[in-house]
Design a protein around this ligand. Structure first.
Ligand SMILES: Cc1ncc(COP(=O)(O)O)c(C=O)c1O
Length: 402
């Protein structure tokens, strides 16, 4: 029987439209491990300035070796869902380490932070409950709320980005709800901005709300020892629920987690759909992530290098006449305005051996297209100097005002 020809033709048409709209994404294939410099198929050595490998742990020998050892000890697969066929001790060890690291009683791992977020909201709200979310929160939080609404009939609201007055108003309007939840990113990934955590905590307490912080871009990154946004603000142990990824600073493979009180993690075992209907993290990945946490705990100097590199890079861009968004995080966006300019600059930089992604509408608002640079502790000063020089040249070539 022939394949459905209409389906194929429809997809071809949609792809052609994405290309015509200049929002079509291409994949660049790498032939070496993630690091400051990688070998890109067809291009040779390229400096990466768009990776979440903030601490350079993707290819850290101890992290890689832990995965190799776990392959020998636990094998390749998990076989089924945790509660059905058993779960590995390495997952428990990882979860204990994650809880210790972010300062909670307990943690529960998932195959991704996407999964962790998606499963969380519907597991802890019911009909009559209320969920508020910052307008710039990650897509996984948005989808988590959509799912929770469909599954439980809770009500939801989006407050203006970082606007505490708007949040308070939304919470006041939900006074009669049984439970109120407030979701925020710790670091907002397109801006590199940090959530106003002390105010959010105060508002959550004032309105008897549960605060959930997705610290995916901040775990291993913010705070003197990398414990995330709570450490940055000196409030470790005060956030009700933290979610985060293992796919960025913590080894960068895959996986995510929810951290919070013991009964919360127990509830996720009982109710979270990704736990109930999907396999756990491969044991190799769990072992590498555990080694990554242990590495950061014993090497706070790596976090310090990241902070120093980020501050140096921001200052050097400014000195070169560019206008990166102000901030304290290793996410350093340079606003270029038009989407076409961001895409063009990204292409010109790749031709010079630097991989940095340009983001335009609809990912960011019209007129605020940007090159989003991400600094790593793995970058040498020479790498960053090369990046600043190249970005300046390319900015001048496209006529970006200095
Ligand atoms: C804030 C935030 N939450 C969740 C995720 C999803 O992480 P993962 O790759 O582990 O699914 C990301 C990844 O981009 C993120 O930036």
């Amino acid at each position: 029987m022939a394949l459905n020809p209409n389906f194929r033709a429809d997809l071809d048409g949609q792809i052609a439209q994405l290309k015509a709209d200049r929002v079509y994404k291409t994949l660049n294939h790498l032939e070496s491990p993630q690091a400051a410099r990688v070998t890109m198929e067809g291009r040779g050595e390229v400096l990466i300035l768009s990776s979440n490998n903030y601490l350079g742990l993707c290819n850290e020998p101890a992290v890689v070796q832990a995965g190799i050892d776990a392959l020998g000890t636990f094998g390749a697969g998990t076989g089924s869902v945790r509660f059905i066929c058993g779960t590995f001790t390495i997952h428990r060890e990882l979860e204990q380490a994650l809880a210790r690291f972010v300062g909670t009683d307990a943690a529960m791992s998932f195959v991704s932070a996407w999964n962790a977020n998606e499963g969380l909201t519907a597991s802890i709200v019911e009909e009559g409950d209320f969920v508020a979310s910052d307008a710039l929160n990650h897509a996984s939080i948005i989808d988590s709320m959509r799912l929770a609404k469909a599954i439980t009939k809770c009500t939801t609201a989006v407050y203006k980005h970082g606007d505490m007055d708007d949040l308070v108003e939304k919470l006041r309007s939900a006074k009669s709800a049984r439970r109120r939840l407030v979701w925020t990113d710790g670091i907002f990934s397109m801006e590199g901005a940090i959530a106003k955590l002390p105010q959010l905590l105060q508002i959550a307490r004032d309105h008897d709300a549960v605060l959930v912080v997705d610290d995916s871009h901040a775990t291993g990154v913010l705070g003197a020892t990398g414990r995330g946004t709570p450490e940055h603000f000196g409030v470790v142990g005060e956030v009700d629920i933290i979610t985060s990824t293992l796919g960025k600073a913590l080894g960068g493979a895959a996986g995510g987690f929810v951290a919070g009180p013991e009964p919360l993690c127990d509830m996720l075992t009982q109710r979270s759909r990704p736990q109930l209907f999907s396999n756990a993290l491969p044991p190799t990945v769990a072992a590498s992530a555990l080694a990554a946490v242990q590495f950061i705990e014993s090497h706070p100097d790596r976090v310090r290098s990241l902070h120093e590199n980020a501050a140096w890079f921001r200052a050097a861009l400014k000195e070169a006449g560019l206008h990166p968004l102000d901030g304290e995080t290793p996410i350093v966006p340079i606003i270029v305005g038009k989407t076409a300019d961001a895409i063009r600059m990204s292409g010109m930089l790749l031709d010079r051996g630097i991989f940095v992604t340009g983001f335009g509408f609809p990912v960011v608002p019209h007129g605020t297209a940007r090159l989003r640079c991400q600094v790593s502790a793995a970058h040498s000063r020479a790498d960053l100097e090369f990046a600043v020089r190249s970005i300046s040249e390319v900015a001048a070539a496209v006529g970006l005002p200095s």
